[in-house]
Design a protein around this ligand. Structure first.
Ligand code: SER
Length: 410
Protein backbone atom coordinates (compact mmCIF):
# COMPACT_ATOMS: atom_id res chain seq x y z
CA UNK A 1 0.00 0.00 0.00
CA UNK A 2 1.41 3.40 -1.01
CA UNK A 3 1.93 6.10 1.62
CA UNK A 4 -0.79 8.30 0.19
CA UNK A 5 -3.30 5.44 0.37
CA UNK A 6 -2.39 4.85 4.02
CA UNK A 7 -2.88 8.55 4.72
CA UNK A 8 -6.27 8.60 2.96
CA UNK A 9 -7.47 5.47 4.70
CA UNK A 10 -6.46 6.92 8.04
CA UNK A 11 -8.21 10.24 7.59
CA UNK A 12 -11.35 8.54 6.24
CA UNK A 13 -11.45 6.01 9.04
CA UNK A 14 -11.35 8.70 11.69
CA UNK A 15 -13.76 10.91 9.74
CA UNK A 16 -16.19 7.99 9.75
CA UNK A 17 -15.73 7.84 13.51
CA UNK A 18 -16.82 11.43 14.06
CA UNK A 19 -13.48 13.26 13.64
CA UNK A 20 -13.07 16.50 11.71
CA UNK A 21 -10.16 16.46 9.29
CA UNK A 22 -7.99 19.52 9.96
CA UNK A 23 -5.15 20.69 7.67
CA UNK A 24 -1.50 20.10 8.49
CA UNK A 25 0.03 23.11 10.17
CA UNK A 26 3.12 24.46 8.37
CA UNK A 27 6.49 22.94 9.13
CA UNK A 28 7.53 26.35 10.43
CA UNK A 29 5.32 27.03 13.44
CA UNK A 30 3.15 30.11 13.18
CA UNK A 31 3.36 32.53 16.11
CA UNK A 32 5.71 30.29 18.07
CA UNK A 33 9.31 31.49 18.08
CA UNK A 34 10.15 29.06 20.91
CA UNK A 35 10.52 26.10 18.53
CA UNK A 36 12.31 25.93 15.20
CA UNK A 37 10.06 23.42 13.46
CA UNK A 38 6.90 21.43 14.05
CA UNK A 39 8.16 18.19 15.55
CA UNK A 40 4.94 16.30 16.32
CA UNK A 41 1.27 16.31 15.38
CA UNK A 42 0.28 17.52 18.81
CA UNK A 43 2.49 20.62 18.74
CA UNK A 44 0.09 22.93 16.87
CA UNK A 45 -2.71 21.61 19.08
CA UNK A 46 -1.18 22.42 22.47
CA UNK A 47 -3.57 25.33 23.24
CA UNK A 48 -6.53 22.98 22.68
CA UNK A 49 -4.96 20.17 24.69
CA UNK A 50 -4.68 22.73 27.48
CA UNK A 51 -8.38 23.53 27.34
CA UNK A 52 -9.03 26.09 24.61
CA UNK A 53 -12.10 25.22 22.51
CA UNK A 54 -11.23 24.00 19.00
CA UNK A 55 -13.54 25.40 16.28
CA UNK A 56 -13.75 21.95 14.63
CA UNK A 57 -14.99 20.16 17.74
CA UNK A 58 -13.66 17.59 20.18
CA UNK A 59 -12.61 14.87 17.71
CA UNK A 60 -9.88 15.81 15.25
CA UNK A 61 -7.65 14.02 12.78
CA UNK A 62 -4.89 15.18 10.44
CA UNK A 63 -1.59 14.48 8.79
CA UNK A 64 1.15 16.70 10.15
CA UNK A 65 4.41 17.63 8.46
CA UNK A 66 7.21 17.22 11.01
CA UNK A 67 10.94 17.84 11.15
CA UNK A 68 13.32 16.58 13.82
CA UNK A 69 17.00 17.28 13.50
CA UNK A 70 18.34 15.85 16.74
CA UNK A 71 19.32 12.67 14.85
CA UNK A 72 20.56 14.38 11.71
CA UNK A 73 23.94 12.64 11.90
CA UNK A 74 22.22 9.27 11.92
CA UNK A 75 20.54 9.85 8.56
CA UNK A 76 22.10 7.46 6.07
CA UNK A 77 21.39 4.36 8.15
CA UNK A 78 18.35 2.23 7.39
CA UNK A 79 15.77 4.16 9.37
CA UNK A 80 16.49 7.75 10.44
CA UNK A 81 14.71 10.63 8.73
CA UNK A 82 14.66 14.34 9.50
CA UNK A 83 11.37 15.11 7.72
CA UNK A 84 8.48 12.73 8.29
CA UNK A 85 4.74 12.75 8.27
CA UNK A 86 2.75 11.97 11.38
CA UNK A 87 -0.84 10.83 11.16
CA UNK A 88 -2.82 11.69 14.26
CA UNK A 89 -6.20 11.62 15.90
CA UNK A 90 -7.22 13.62 18.94
CA UNK A 91 -9.90 13.56 21.55
CA UNK A 92 -10.25 16.88 23.37
CA UNK A 93 -12.10 15.80 26.48
CA UNK A 94 -14.14 13.33 24.39
CA UNK A 95 -13.30 9.59 24.24
CA UNK A 96 -10.44 8.17 26.30
CA UNK A 97 -8.38 4.99 26.59
CA UNK A 98 -10.89 2.25 25.79
CA UNK A 99 -12.33 3.82 22.64
CA UNK A 100 -8.98 5.07 21.42
CA UNK A 101 -7.45 1.60 21.70
CA UNK A 102 -10.45 -0.03 20.06
CA UNK A 103 -10.18 2.29 17.07
CA UNK A 104 -6.41 1.83 16.74
CA UNK A 105 -6.77 -1.94 16.79
CA UNK A 106 -9.58 -1.87 14.24
CA UNK A 107 -7.71 0.50 11.94
CA UNK A 108 -4.54 -1.60 11.99
CA UNK A 109 -6.19 -4.97 11.56
CA UNK A 110 -9.23 -4.20 9.38
CA UNK A 111 -8.24 -1.14 7.35
CA UNK A 112 -4.55 -1.89 6.91
CA UNK A 113 -5.00 -5.66 7.10
CA UNK A 114 -2.21 -6.29 9.63
CA UNK A 115 -2.75 -9.71 11.25
CA UNK A 116 -3.41 -9.27 14.99
CA UNK A 117 -0.66 -11.85 15.72
CA UNK A 118 1.91 -9.38 14.38
CA UNK A 119 1.00 -6.77 16.98
CA UNK A 120 2.44 -6.31 20.47
CA UNK A 121 1.70 -3.38 22.74
CA UNK A 122 3.30 -1.63 25.69
CA UNK A 123 1.65 0.17 28.61
CA UNK A 124 2.88 2.32 31.51
CA UNK A 125 4.07 0.28 34.48
CA UNK A 126 3.38 2.95 37.13
CA UNK A 127 5.68 4.72 39.59
CA UNK A 128 5.51 6.78 42.77
CA UNK A 129 3.74 9.68 41.00
CA UNK A 130 1.33 7.98 38.64
CA UNK A 131 -0.39 4.57 38.77
CA UNK A 132 0.06 1.57 36.48
CA UNK A 133 -2.10 1.82 33.37
CA UNK A 134 -4.35 -1.19 33.86
CA UNK A 135 -7.19 0.44 31.91
CA UNK A 136 -5.15 0.44 28.69
CA UNK A 137 -3.97 -3.13 29.22
CA UNK A 138 -7.54 -4.32 29.80
CA UNK A 139 -8.72 -2.42 26.72
CA UNK A 140 -6.08 -4.18 24.62
CA UNK A 141 -7.18 -7.55 25.91
CA UNK A 142 -10.79 -6.80 25.05
CA UNK A 143 -9.76 -5.54 21.59
CA UNK A 144 -7.90 -8.80 20.84
CA UNK A 145 -4.28 -8.64 22.06
CA UNK A 146 -3.47 -11.54 24.39
CA UNK A 147 -1.80 -10.87 27.74
CA UNK A 148 1.57 -12.30 26.67
CA UNK A 149 1.93 -9.60 24.04
CA UNK A 150 1.17 -6.75 26.47
CA UNK A 151 4.34 -5.36 28.07
CA UNK A 152 4.69 -2.81 30.87
CA UNK A 153 7.51 -0.27 30.98
CA UNK A 154 8.38 2.81 33.03
CA UNK A 155 8.40 6.52 32.22
CA UNK A 156 11.41 6.20 29.92
CA UNK A 157 9.37 4.20 27.43
CA UNK A 158 5.70 4.72 28.18
CA UNK A 159 5.22 8.31 29.11
CA UNK A 160 4.87 11.32 26.86
CA UNK A 161 5.66 14.93 27.45
CA UNK A 162 6.90 17.57 25.01
CA UNK A 163 9.94 19.01 26.80
CA UNK A 164 10.18 19.41 30.56
CA UNK A 165 6.80 20.84 31.43
CA UNK A 166 3.28 20.74 30.01
CA UNK A 167 0.43 18.34 29.36
CA UNK A 168 1.56 14.74 29.68
CA UNK A 169 0.48 11.24 30.55
CA UNK A 170 1.00 7.53 30.07
CA UNK A 171 1.12 6.25 26.52
CA UNK A 172 0.54 2.92 24.92
CA UNK A 173 2.68 1.98 21.95
CA UNK A 174 1.94 -0.51 19.20
CA UNK A 175 4.72 -2.62 17.74
CA UNK A 176 4.85 -4.60 14.52
CA UNK A 177 6.68 -7.91 14.61
CA UNK A 178 8.79 -8.07 11.44
CA UNK A 179 9.11 -11.83 11.78
CA UNK A 180 12.90 -11.62 12.30
CA UNK A 181 14.18 -14.18 14.82
CA UNK A 182 14.32 -12.93 18.43
CA UNK A 183 17.78 -11.66 19.41
CA UNK A 184 17.61 -13.50 22.75
CA UNK A 185 15.11 -15.24 24.97
CA UNK A 186 14.34 -11.82 26.48
CA UNK A 187 13.73 -10.16 23.11
CA UNK A 188 10.78 -7.79 23.44
CA UNK A 189 9.46 -4.51 22.01
CA UNK A 190 11.83 -2.38 24.11
CA UNK A 191 14.92 -3.92 22.53
CA UNK A 192 16.51 -2.37 19.49
CA UNK A 193 17.36 -5.49 17.52
CA UNK A 194 14.86 -4.67 14.77
CA UNK A 195 12.43 -7.53 15.35
CA UNK A 196 9.82 -5.13 16.75
CA UNK A 197 9.14 -1.81 15.09
CA UNK A 198 7.10 0.86 16.83
CA UNK A 199 4.22 1.95 14.64
CA UNK A 200 1.81 4.05 16.69
CA UNK A 201 1.77 5.88 19.94
CA UNK A 202 -1.41 6.79 21.80
CA UNK A 203 -0.83 9.33 24.54
CA UNK A 204 -3.43 9.64 27.24
CA UNK A 205 -2.99 13.11 28.62
CA UNK A 206 -4.37 13.27 32.08
CA UNK A 207 -1.67 15.25 33.87
CA UNK A 208 0.05 18.58 33.72
CA UNK A 209 3.63 18.71 34.87
CA UNK A 210 5.39 21.79 36.20
CA UNK A 211 8.25 22.33 38.63
CA UNK A 212 5.97 21.46 41.55
CA UNK A 213 5.11 18.05 40.15
CA UNK A 214 2.09 16.45 38.51
CA UNK A 215 -1.49 17.71 38.70
CA UNK A 216 -4.59 16.30 37.00
CA UNK A 217 -5.78 18.07 33.84
CA UNK A 218 -9.34 19.43 33.97
CA UNK A 219 -10.12 17.55 30.73
CA UNK A 220 -8.51 14.29 29.67
CA UNK A 221 -7.25 14.19 26.09
CA UNK A 222 -5.98 11.64 23.64
CA UNK A 223 -3.10 12.44 21.28
CA UNK A 224 -1.91 9.78 18.86
CA UNK A 225 0.91 9.69 16.35
CA UNK A 226 1.60 7.20 13.58
CA UNK A 227 4.71 7.61 11.42
CA UNK A 228 3.66 7.35 7.80
CA UNK A 229 7.00 6.48 6.16
CA UNK A 230 7.60 3.66 8.60
CA UNK A 231 4.14 2.23 8.13
CA UNK A 232 4.52 2.35 4.34
CA UNK A 233 7.86 0.53 4.65
CA UNK A 234 6.37 -2.25 6.78
CA UNK A 235 3.24 -2.73 4.71
CA UNK A 236 5.33 -2.89 1.56
CA UNK A 237 7.68 -5.43 3.16
CA UNK A 238 10.69 -3.13 2.62
CA UNK A 239 13.79 -2.93 4.78
CA UNK A 240 14.09 0.86 4.79
CA UNK A 241 11.91 3.90 3.98
CA UNK A 242 14.31 4.58 1.09
CA UNK A 243 12.98 1.47 -0.66
CA UNK A 244 9.40 2.80 -0.73
CA UNK A 245 7.86 4.83 -3.54
CA UNK A 246 8.45 8.00 -1.48
CA UNK A 247 12.19 7.90 -2.16
CA UNK A 248 12.65 5.40 -5.00
CA UNK A 249 12.57 7.79 -7.98
CA UNK A 250 15.31 10.02 -6.54
CA UNK A 251 17.32 7.02 -5.30
CA UNK A 252 17.19 5.46 -8.77
CA UNK A 253 18.30 8.67 -10.45
CA UNK A 254 21.23 8.90 -8.02
CA UNK A 255 22.21 5.32 -8.84
CA UNK A 256 22.19 6.25 -12.51
CA UNK A 257 24.25 9.43 -12.05
CA UNK A 258 26.80 8.34 -9.47
CA UNK A 259 30.42 7.55 -10.28
CA UNK A 260 31.14 6.32 -6.77
CA UNK A 261 28.81 3.93 -4.99
CA UNK A 262 27.90 4.80 -1.40
CA UNK A 263 24.43 3.84 -0.24
CA UNK A 264 24.59 6.11 2.85
CA UNK A 265 25.31 9.09 0.62
CA UNK A 266 22.38 8.29 -1.66
CA UNK A 267 20.09 8.08 1.36
CA UNK A 268 21.41 11.34 2.84
CA UNK A 269 20.92 13.16 -0.46
CA UNK A 270 17.40 11.79 -0.98
CA UNK A 271 16.40 12.50 2.60
CA UNK A 272 17.89 15.98 2.89
CA UNK A 273 16.56 16.98 -0.51
CA UNK A 274 13.00 16.14 0.50
CA UNK A 275 13.38 17.91 3.88
CA UNK A 276 14.92 21.02 2.32
CA UNK A 277 12.17 21.20 -0.30
CA UNK A 278 9.47 20.88 2.35
CA UNK A 279 11.05 23.62 4.50
CA UNK A 280 11.41 26.01 1.56
CA UNK A 281 7.83 25.31 0.41
CA UNK A 282 6.70 26.41 3.88
CA UNK A 283 8.68 29.63 3.73
CA UNK A 284 12.10 28.68 5.16
CA UNK A 285 15.27 30.20 3.68
CA UNK A 286 18.93 29.40 4.44
CA UNK A 287 20.77 31.66 6.86
CA UNK A 288 23.32 31.46 9.65
CA UNK A 289 20.89 31.25 12.52
CA UNK A 290 18.07 29.06 13.83
CA UNK A 291 15.78 27.59 11.18
CA UNK A 292 17.77 29.04 8.35
CA UNK A 293 20.87 27.39 9.69
CA UNK A 294 19.18 23.99 9.86
CA UNK A 295 18.13 24.39 6.22
CA UNK A 296 21.65 25.51 5.26
CA UNK A 297 23.10 22.48 7.01
CA UNK A 298 20.71 20.11 5.23
CA UNK A 299 21.49 21.58 1.80
CA UNK A 300 25.25 21.67 2.40
CA UNK A 301 25.33 18.14 3.72
CA UNK A 302 23.42 17.00 0.64
CA UNK A 303 25.93 18.80 -1.62
CA UNK A 304 28.88 17.20 0.13
CA UNK A 305 27.40 13.81 -0.52
CA UNK A 306 26.65 14.65 -4.15
CA UNK A 307 30.35 15.49 -4.39
CA UNK A 308 31.24 12.23 -2.70
CA UNK A 309 29.27 10.31 -5.35
CA UNK A 310 30.91 12.57 -7.97
CA UNK A 311 27.58 13.72 -9.28
CA UNK A 312 27.58 16.98 -11.25
CA UNK A 313 25.86 19.60 -9.07
CA UNK A 314 23.98 20.85 -12.14
CA UNK A 315 21.87 17.69 -11.72
CA UNK A 316 20.25 19.19 -8.61
CA UNK A 317 17.62 20.77 -10.81
CA UNK A 318 16.67 17.36 -12.27
CA UNK A 319 16.55 15.80 -8.81
CA UNK A 320 14.20 18.55 -7.64
CA UNK A 321 11.96 17.98 -10.69
CA UNK A 322 11.82 14.25 -9.94
CA UNK A 323 10.85 14.90 -6.32
CA UNK A 324 8.18 17.43 -7.24
CA UNK A 325 6.64 15.00 -9.73
CA UNK A 326 6.76 12.13 -7.30
CA UNK A 327 5.48 13.98 -4.25
CA UNK A 328 3.11 16.59 -5.64
CA UNK A 329 0.02 14.50 -4.98
CA UNK A 330 0.96 14.24 -1.31
CA UNK A 331 2.24 17.81 -1.08
CA UNK A 332 0.76 20.15 -3.71
CA UNK A 333 2.79 22.97 -2.11
CA UNK A 334 5.91 21.49 -3.71
CA UNK A 335 4.58 22.06 -7.21
CA UNK A 336 3.22 25.47 -6.31
CA UNK A 337 6.62 26.57 -4.96
CA UNK A 338 8.80 24.70 -7.41
CA UNK A 339 10.59 27.77 -8.78
CA UNK A 340 11.48 29.23 -5.38
CA UNK A 341 12.59 25.77 -4.18
CA UNK A 342 14.90 25.46 -7.16
CA UNK A 343 16.33 28.96 -6.99
CA UNK A 344 16.90 28.74 -3.21
CA UNK A 345 18.73 25.42 -3.40
CA UNK A 346 20.80 26.43 -6.41
CA UNK A 347 21.76 29.77 -4.88
CA UNK A 348 22.80 28.00 -1.68
CA UNK A 349 24.82 25.53 -3.73
CA UNK A 350 26.67 28.40 -5.43
CA UNK A 351 27.42 30.03 -2.08
CA UNK A 352 28.66 26.74 -0.70
CA UNK A 353 30.98 26.19 -3.66
CA UNK A 354 32.56 29.62 -2.98
CA UNK A 355 32.94 28.77 0.72
CA UNK A 356 34.54 25.47 -0.19
CA UNK A 357 37.05 27.21 -2.46
CA UNK A 358 37.95 29.73 0.25
CA UNK A 359 38.22 26.91 2.76
CA UNK A 360 40.53 24.95 0.48
CA UNK A 361 42.78 27.99 0.09
CA UNK A 362 42.86 28.46 3.84
CA UNK A 363 43.65 24.78 4.25
CA UNK A 364 46.58 25.03 1.82
CA UNK A 365 47.88 28.06 3.76
CA UNK A 366 47.58 26.33 7.13
CA UNK A 367 49.25 23.08 6.16
CA UNK A 368 52.37 24.88 4.99
CA UNK A 369 53.16 25.46 8.68
CA UNK A 370 52.73 21.84 9.62
CA UNK A 371 55.90 19.92 10.10
CA UNK A 372 54.89 16.79 12.02
CA UNK A 373 52.22 15.54 9.58
CA UNK A 374 49.39 16.19 12.06
CA UNK A 375 46.72 18.86 11.58
CA UNK A 376 46.26 20.73 14.89
CA UNK A 377 42.81 20.82 16.46
CA UNK A 378 42.66 24.66 16.16
CA UNK A 379 43.03 24.40 12.39
CA UNK A 380 40.33 21.75 12.15
CA UNK A 381 38.11 23.97 14.28
CA UNK A 382 38.82 27.16 12.28
CA UNK A 383 38.04 25.37 9.04
CA UNK A 384 34.79 24.18 10.55
CA UNK A 385 33.80 27.40 12.25
CA UNK A 386 34.75 29.92 9.58
CA UNK A 387 34.48 27.90 6.38
CA UNK A 388 31.88 25.33 7.32
CA UNK A 389 34.27 22.43 6.72
CA UNK A 390 33.18 19.51 8.84
CA UNK A 391 36.16 17.53 10.23
CA UNK A 392 35.54 14.69 7.77
CA UNK A 393 36.02 17.10 4.83
CA UNK A 394 39.28 18.36 6.32
CA UNK A 395 40.40 14.77 6.77
CA UNK A 396 39.54 14.04 3.18
CA UNK A 397 41.47 17.10 1.98
CA UNK A 398 44.45 16.11 4.13
CA UNK A 399 44.43 12.66 2.59
CA UNK A 400 44.27 14.03 -0.94
CA UNK A 401 47.06 16.52 -0.21
CA UNK A 402 49.19 13.76 1.28
CA UNK A 403 48.65 11.57 -1.80
CA UNK A 404 49.51 14.52 -4.09
CA UNK A 405 52.69 15.24 -2.18
CA UNK A 406 53.72 11.59 -2.35
CA UNK A 407 53.11 11.55 -6.11
CA UNK A 408 55.30 14.62 -6.53
CA UNK A 409 58.13 12.88 -4.69
CA UNK A 410 58.00 9.75 -6.87
N1 SER B 1 2.81 13.15 20.72
C1 SER B 1 3.06 11.77 20.49
C2 SER B 1 4.28 11.52 19.64
O1 SER B 1 4.88 12.44 19.15
C3 SER B 1 1.86 11.13 19.87
O2 SER B 1 1.39 11.92 18.84
O3 SER B 1 4.65 10.38 19.46
Amino acid sequence: MKAIEIRNKYLNYFKNHGHSIIPSAPLIPENDPSVLFTTAGMQPLVPYLLGEKHPEGTRLTDYQKCLRTNDIDEVGDNRHLTYFEMLGNWSLGDYFKEESIKMSFEFLTKELGIPAEKLSVTCFAGDKDCPRDEVSAESWKRAGIPEERIYFYGKDDNWWIAGEEGPCGPDTEMFYDTGKPPCSKDCQPSCNCGKYVEIWNNVFMEYFKNKDGYSKLAKKNVDTGLGLERMAMLLQGKETPFDTEIFRPVMEKLEELQKEDYIESRRIIAEHLRSSMMIIADGGRPSNIDRGYVLRRLIRRMIRHLNKLQIDLEELSTLIDINVDNLKEMYPELEKNKEIIKSTIIEEKNKFIKTLLHGEREFEKQIKNITNGKIPGEVVFKLYDTYGFPPEVTKDLARRTWIRSRCRKI
